[in-house]
Design a protein around this ligand. Structure first.
Ligand code: NAP
Ligand code: 8YV
Length: 320
């Protein structure tokens, strides 16, 4: 019996390619563009393994498509509701990356407050021996109150780690979480007024788009620190750059940006910002686990079983 054809449009982690090749017939194209496929190929494709934006016309243009297995827990690059309406299953890669992302978040928070990358650069440049000690950092984690925007799988892991640092922990989500002792705020603004450090780990959705704006940043105060590991779309970057420039916000640590991989140049020239190139889950250990989960979803589906991690918008779709 012939193996199901799985399309991989655009770049993907090599481990995923090897796993797809082992169990399926792999078809690769450079991007999610229907003009790159002939009619026979379009009809043959039953699954997609991807990590990129898939336009709706691309999804709708593949008549035999049953399942999209996305690499990443955040699936804002796919219109899952549209896929569901076309009876196409969408899966993501939750849980297996939560601890890695939480670890990186704490690292980014400390880099932002204690300027560790700059202190290392000082040593490497020879400034320690030639000019003396690196400066005492104006900012510290001591006595901070941290507000977590999004207390889901990753937010909970961040909070657990923060407990060990002895800081205050607050959170904002649309629904209060059962069995959680951290202070809940019904609105993001209420929380921003109550804390001095804001960590954003919400998904990129229409409701969260540019929700971190001038008002939220101002509420954090001039000792305020903003950390973003969720999605760049959640931030009004004009407002953030202005707040950092005029020091109405003390500092920011950013792993995600509106324009990736080419963030606004303003960020590169600001002294009070610590930057990472979207690496929160980027270890071999965790990326392998994400790739395995992505392909295991396809293996289950084409083996007649339920996928492991369907997204809520398509969880109602029955197994083939
Ligand atoms: P999750 O378990 O679904 O958690 C999402 C949390 O956000 C929930 O607590 C949810 O609570 C809250 N939320 C959603 N919409 C909200 C809104 N409009 N207002 C307030 N709270 C809202 O997801 P996760 O696994 O923790 O992942 C979260 C996100 O992190 C991903 O979607 C992705 O964008 C990002 N991420 C980034 C990286 C990276 O490399 N930087 C890596 C992994 C994930 P309610 O539903 O109660 O509101
Ligand atoms: C990945 C992420 O870097 O899982 C997510 O939502 O943002 C990261 O883990 C990304 O998905 C890889 O394409």
């Amino acid at each position: 019996m012939s193996k199901p054809v799985i399309l991989v449009p655009g770049a993907i982690y090599e481990h995923v390619v090897k796993r797809v090749e082992a169990d399926f017939e792999l078809l690769r194209v450079d991007s999610a563009d229907l003009s790159l496929l002939d009619e026979t190929q379009k009809v043959s494709i039953r699954g997609i393994a991807s990590a990129i934006h898939l336009p709706n016309d691309f999804i709708a243009g593949l008549p035999s498509l049953e399942i999209i297995a996305h690499f990443g827990v955040g699936y804002d690059v796919i219109d899952a509701k549209f896929a569901g309406e076309h009876n196409i299953m969408v899966c993501n890669t939750p849980d297996v990356l939560s601890e890695e992302v939480a670890d990186t978040t704490i690292g980014l928070l400390l880099n932002t407050l204690r300027e560790l990358p700059k202190a290392e650069a000082h040593l490497r440049r020879g400034d320690w021996v030639n000019k003396g000690n690196y400066r005492l950092t104006p900012l510290t984690l001591r006595n901070r109150i941290v507000g977590i925007y999004g207390l889901g799988r990753i937010g909970q892991e961040i909070a657990t780690r923060l407990e060990g640092f002895g800081v205050g922990i607050h959170y904002h989500t649309r629904t209060k979480k059962n069995g959680v002792s951290y202070q809940y705020h019904e609105t993001l603004l209420d929380m921003a007024n109550a804390v001095d450090t804001l960590i954003s780990i919400v998904p990129g959705t229409p409701a969260t788009t540019k929700s971190i704006d001038t008002e939220i940043l101002a509420a954090l105060g001039s000792n305020g620190v903003f950390i973003n590991v969720g999605r760049g779309s959640v931030v009004d970057e004009d407002a953030l750059i202005k707040a950092l420039e005029n020091k109405s916000l003390a500092a920011a640590g950013l792993d995600v940006f509106e324009n990736e991989p080419d963030p606004r140049k303003d960020f590169l020239s600001l002294e009070n910002v610590s930057l990472l190139p979207h690496v929160a889950s980027a270890s071999v250990h965790t990326r392998n686990a994400m790739g395995d989960l992505q392909v295991d979803n396809l293996v289950n589906w084409f083996g007649g079983k339920s996928p492991i991690s369907p997204v809520p918008e398509t969880a109602h779709i029955l197994t083939k």
